[in-house]
Write a protein of this length. Structure first.
Length: 590
C-alpha cells in the first residue's frame, strides 16, 4: 500500500463523513414535524420510550444525535431520567440501520437483481435524481429529499473509495499481523472506542470497519471486540453534551455510557468464555460487511434483553456517579443542544414564547383588579412577572437569533421569524402592566376616586382590552388565524372608546365633576390600555402576515380594513358590545 492508496483512503473517508453529515442533517430537517410528533408521545412506559428512541434514530440515522437530544430533554425537564433509559436503549439499536445500509457494498454476484442492489449501480442514479431535485424542484421539501439522496450517494461513493484504497492490504503481511493483535478482546475494545471517540459517530466507525472488511483482512474474532468498543466510544458525544447541564442530564449521559460498558463486559465475557471452551472455527474466518451489521445488531439486542428488565440498576449507578447536591438548579427549556435538531429547538422556543405570553396576559389582567381593590402583594407579583418577561425576551431573543443561523425547513424558519417579531410586543405589554400598577398606587396612596361614570367607562374599556388580549394570545399559542382576524376591528373600537372617554372627562371637568389630578391618572390609564391593544394588533398582524409570507404590518392593517363586509360586521359587533351609552355622553356634553 503506497502513498496514493493512503490519499485515496483519506479522500474516501472525507467523502464518507461528509455524506453522512449532509444526509443526517437533511433527514432531520425534512422529518422535523414527524420527529416532534414522535417525541411528544413519550410516556412513563420504558418499552414505549424504547420504541421512540428506536424510531427517531432510524429516521435521523444517528444515535449520537438522539442521545444528545435526550440529554437536552432531561435538562429541560421534558423527560424524566426513567424515560431517558428506554430512549437510549432504542437509540443504540436504531443506529444499526446504518450498518445494514452500508453492508450493501459487500454484495457480490452476477444476477441482474444483485447487480441492481450494488451501490455502484444505484448510487449514480440517486446522485442524478438528487441533483435534479436540488436544481429544478421549487418545493423546499422536494429539495430536502434531493439533499438526502445526494448525501447518501456521496456517503456510498466514499465507502467505495475506502474499499478500493484498502484492497492492497489483503496482500500486506504487516497489516494482517496488526489486525491479529486487535483480536485481543481488550485491545480490540480500546481501538473501537478510541476511533469512535475521535470521529464521534459509531455509524461512521462501523462503516470504516466494513470497508476494511472488504480487503479480507478483518476476522470475525477481530471485529467482535472492535464493534463493542465502537458502541462505548459513541458515548463521548453525550458526555460532552452534558457538560454544564443539570445533574439529571448528566445522569442520562452516564446511563448511555453504563448501558454500553455493562453490555460489552457481559457479552464479551460470555463470548470469550464460550470460545475458550468450544474453539469456534468461525472466529478465524474473514468477516463481511453484512456480518459486521449482524454482529452490531445482535450485540445491541442482547444488551437490551439483559438490561431492559433491570433498567433501574442503570439509574442507580448514574445517581451514584452524579450525586444530588443542595442546589440542583432549574431546568431550562431553551437548550442549545436542540439546535442540532432545529425542528425540536423551534418547538421548545415556541413553548417558551407561549409561557411568556401567558405570564404577560396574567400580569395585565391582574393589574385591572387593583383599581377595584388595591393589594400590595398583587402589585409586587406583577412587577416580578414583568422582570420574568424581560428575562424571557433576552434569553428567547438570543436563542432565536442563534437558531436562525441553522438550516431549517420553511415552516420552522417562519416560526422563528414570527417569534422574533412578537416577543418584543409581549415584553412591552408587561411594561404597561407595571404602568397600570403605578396608576393604581397613585390612586390608592392619594385617596383618589373616579366618579361612577368614569369608573363605568374604564371598566368597559378594560373588558374590551381583556378580550383583545385573549384573542391575540390565542392567535399566538394556537396559531389561530380566525382569532387573529378579530383583533384589528376590536382594536379600532378600543381606540374609539379612548377618544370617547377623554371627551366625557373634559365634559365632567367643565361641570366640576372631576379634578385635574384625576385627569392625569385617567390619561395614563387610557394611554396604557390603548397601547396594549396596539401591541395585540401587532401580534395578530404578524401571525397573519407570516402565514402569507409578508412582514408589512401597515399593509396588513390597511388590507384588513378594505375587506369591508367581514371587518364592518366585526366592528359593529364589538362597537355594540363595548358601547358607552349615548345618553351618558349626551348629558355630560350638553
Amino acid at each position: 500500500m503506497n502513498i496514493f492508496n493512503v490519499l485515496a483512503l483519506l479522500g474516501g473517508l472525507a467523502l464518507f463523513l461528509f455524506g453522512m453529515s449532509v444526509m443526517g442533517d437533511a433527514l432531520v430537517k425534512s422529518t422535523g414535524n414527524k420527529l416532534k410528533s414522535i417525541l411528544s408521545k413519550l410516556t412513563s412506559s420504558k418499552f414505549k420510550s424504547f420504541l421512540v428512541g428506536l424510531a427517531v434514530t432510524a429516521v435521523i440515522q444517528s444515535s449520537s444525535a438522539t442521545t444528545v437530544m435526550v440529554v437536552g430533554f432531561v435538562n429541560s425537564g421534558i423527560l424524566t431520567l426513567g424515560q431517558s433509559v428506554g430512549v437510549i436503549m432504542g437509540a443504540n439499536l436504531g443506529t444499526s440501520v446504518t450498518s445494514w445500509l452500508l453492508s450493501l457494498t459487500g454484495i457480490s454476484g452476477d444476477s441482474f437483481f444483485i447487480q441492481l442492489c450494488k451501490p455502484s449501480t444505484f448510487t449514480p442514479i440517486l446522485a442524478i435524481i438528487g441533483v435534479a431535485m436540488q436544481m429544478f424542484a421549487k418545493d423546499s421539501k422536494k429539495k430536502d429529499v434531493g439533499v438526502i439522496f445526494l448525501g447518501f450517494a456521496v456517503l456510498m461513493f466514499g465507502m467505495e473509495a475506502m474499499s478500493d484504497a484498502v484492497a492492497p492490504l489483503a496482500e500486506n503481511e504487516a497489516f494482517k499481523q496488526m489486525m491479529l493483535l486487535f483480536s485481543n478482546p481488550i485491545l480490540g475494545v480500546l481501538v473501537g472506542a478510541i476511533l469512535t471517540m475521535i470521529i464521534q459517530s459509531s455509524s461512521a466507525s462501523v462503516g470504516i470497519l466494513q470497508s476494511l472488511s472488504l480487503s479480507g483482512t478483518v476476522s470475525v474474532g477481530t471485529a467482535i471486540p472492535i464493534i463493542m468498543g465502537q458502541n462505548i466510544g459513541t458515548c463521548i458525544t453525550a458526555l460532552l453534551s452534558s457538560v454544564g447541564t443539570s445533574k439529571n442530564a448528566k445522569r442520562a449521559a452516564f446511563i448511555h455510557l453504563y448501558f454500553n460498558v455493562i453490555g460489552t463486559i457481559v457479552v464479551l465475557s460470555v463470548y470469550c468464555g464460550l470460545n475458550a471452551i468450544f474453539q469456534f472455527s468461525i472466529v478465524e474466518q474473514p468477516i463481511t460487511p453484512l456480518g459486521i451489521a449482524f454482529v452490531h445488531t445482535l450485540f445491541n439486542i442482547i444488551t437490551i434483553a439483559i438490561l431492559m428488565p433491570i433498567s433501574g440498576v442503570l439509574e442507580k449507578l448514574a445517581n451514584l456517579t452524579v450525586r444530588s447536591g443542595k442546589n440542583e438548579g432549574n431546568a431550562h427549556m431553551l437548550d442549545e443542544r436542540f439546535m442540532n435538531t432545529p425542528s425540536v429547538a423551534v418547538e421548545q422556543a415556541r413553548n417558551v414564547a407561549n409561557e411568556m405570553a401567558s405570564t404577560t396576559r396574567d400580569s395585565i389582567l391582574s393589574s385591572f383588579t387593583l383599581f377595584d381593590k388595591f393589594d400590595s402583594t398583587v402589585a409586587a407579583n406583577i412587577r416580578e412577572e414583568e422582570a420574568s418577561v424581560d428575562k424571557y425576551e433576552d434569553v428567547l431573543g438570543d436563542y432565536l437569533v442563534k437558531l436562525s443561523s441553522h438550516d431549517m425547513s420553511v415552516n420552522d424558519s417562519r416560526e422563528v421569524s414570527k417569534l422574533l417579531h412578537i416577543i418584543g410586543d409581549l415584553e412591552r405589554i408587561s411594561d404597561h402592566a407595571v404602568n397600570m400598577v403605578e396608576a393604581a398606587e397613585e390612586i390608592h396612596d392619594n385617596n383618589l376616586s373616579f366618579s361612577a361614570d368614569a369608573t363605568r367607562e374604564i371598566s368597559v374599556m378594560m373588558k374590551a382590552l381583556s378580550e383583545i388580549l385573549q384573542l391575540a394570545i390565542k392567535a399566538l399559542t394556537d396559531n389561530d388565524l380566525v382569532a387573529a382576524a378579530k383583533v384589528e376591528p376590536l382594536e379600532q373600537v378600543i381606540d374609539s372608546l379612548r377618544d370617547t372617554i377623554k371627551k366625557n372627562h373634559i365634559a365632567r371637568l367643565q361641570n366640576s365633576e372631576c379634578t385635574i389630578e384625576l385627569g392625569f391618572v385617567l390619561s395614563d390609564i387610557l394611554t396604557n390600555l390603548e397601547r396594549v391593544s396596539d401591541h395585540c394588533s401587532n401580534i395578530a398582524g404578524c401571525i397573519i402576515e407570516i402565514a402569507n409570507d409578508s412582514f408589512e404590518m401597515h399593509e396588513y392593517t390597511n388590507n384588513v380594513k378594505l375587506d369591508s363586509r367581514e371587518y364592518d360586521e366585526l366592528y359593529a359587533e364589538y362597537k355594540l358590545k363595548y358601547s358607552i351609552k349615548p345618553s351618558l355622553v349626551g348629558q355630560h356634553v350638553s
